[in-house]
Design a protein around this ligand. Structure first.
Ligand SMILES: [Zn+2]
Length: 374
């Protein structure tokens, strides 16, 4: 067994063994006045299947130079290549490396001993996003079938708190999310894939027309439209929690198209920058919003061709990353200390940012990631 796979397995077994004790250690509910935190709004953006290798290392030369994966090598070289890894990642992800790295925190550079993993053993979309949002790496959540999630999730928990009802909204490219978040149980606003936008403002009518006329090369709504749907909703309705889950990174990687995967990664860094700049320009959000960026799973890397794929058979596809920027997360930048975070910790951590304790009855939940809150 590979070393990293062994480490993951040991942590997973430890978690399975002791995970149940987590719930017993109920975290006391505290007000934001007591915690001294400034966060009043939360935004999460997820990039499906985006590898930590490119987040921290920029484009991979072995994939860029392989005509099987990269059709326009010269273009990629011109826009994204530098022999210097620091420069290279900045070219690919200017917002991550010029803003988050300066004002926020980035976790998951395994070359520095900083580990972020999924705790679920499956390494694909539904289990990954379910772990993120429910806090529970439930072994019964083991397929991408469109079935309603039995686990409670942190968004419905927040939506039930005084002042938050109807103020939590999700915009997603994948049609898994209405099921994953079980919107029929909790009435969350979840707009996914081919859903139209039932809002009167002209910008939504335009987006509906664009959606009906756009090509869907990945079989789903283009990420750009998912992003604009979320952005325009934020401008018009001021949600307290906004979730945007994008899917093209995963879709293009499965296609084996490194050009497209890299191109969309760069474009989505630009959308995240646009969103952050918008948040900082609105008095309802400025200096009181925490934005968390993450993914649902990693992809292969040890065997070159495995970069296109992920799953149980590719142990390193359980390796992920987390980035955060906001008024309560000190500017640690790229975190290089040896530590282990788990995907499922994000659920309780999101609640903790808002001074809430997420502990659904009868459900195991991973503990708050304290490092992110400080
Ligand atoms: Zn996938």
């Amino acid at each position: 067994m590979r070393r990293s796979a062994m480490i993951s397995l040991v942590f997973f077994v430890l978690f399975q063994k002791f995970g149940n004790t987590v719930q017993a250690q109920t975290i006391k509910a505290v007000s934001s006045a007591e915690t001294g935190r400034k966060t009043k709004k939360l935004v999460m953006v997820a990039l499906d299947g985006m590898r930590w290798q490119e987040i921290f290392g920029g484009v991979d030369s072995s994939l860029m130079n392989d005509p099987l994966y990269t059709k326009e090598r010269k273009d990629m070289q011109k826009h994204f290549w530098s022999a210097d890894a620091g420069e290279r990642r900045k070219k690919l992800l200017p917002f991550f490396w010029s803003t988050v790295a300066v004002k926020g925190q980035l976790y998951g550079n395994r070359d520095l001993g900083n580990f972020v993993n999924v705790a679920n053993p499956y390494h694909f979309t539904y289990p990954g996003f379910s772990e993120t949002l429910t806090g529970n790496p439930d072994s019964a959540v083991n397929s991408n079938r469109l079935v309603a999630n039995k686990n409670a999730n942190v968004f419905e928990f927040i939506n039930r708190q005084p002042g938050y009802a109807g103020k939590v909204a999700a915009f997603t490219t994948s049609d898994l999310f209405p099921y994953l978040l079980n919107k029929w149980r909790n009435g969350l606003i979840v707009n996914s894939d081919q859903d139209s936008l039932p809002y009167p403002d002209p910008s939504f009518r335009l987006l509906n027309e664009m959606q009906s006329l756009s090509a869907k090369p990945t079989g789903e709504r283009p990420d750009l439209l998912t992003y604009f749907a979320g952005r325009e909703y934020l401008k018009a309705y001021h949600p307290k929690v906004l979730y945007i889950a994008l899917g093209e990174t995963d879709a293009f990687a499965h296609d084996g198209s490194y050009d497209q995967y890299i191109g969309v990664t760069h474009a989505e860094d630009g959308m995240i920058a646009d969103l952050w700049n918008l948040l900082q320009s609105m008095p309802e959000y400025k200096d009181q919003t925490t934005m968390i960026l993450t993914c649902d799973h990693g992809r292969g890397s040890r065997i070159k061709k495995d970069w296109t794929d992920h799953g149980v058979d590719i142990p390193e596809s359980g390796e992920i990353w987390i980035a955060v920027i906001g008024p309560d997360s000190s500017p640690k930048g790229e975190v290089g200390t040896r530590m282990q975070l788990w995907q499922g910790q994000l659920a309780a951590t999101m609640a903790a940012f808002l001074g809430m304790s997420y502990q659904p009855a009868g459900q195991r939940v991973l503990p708050v990631a304290e490092s992110i809150l400080h």
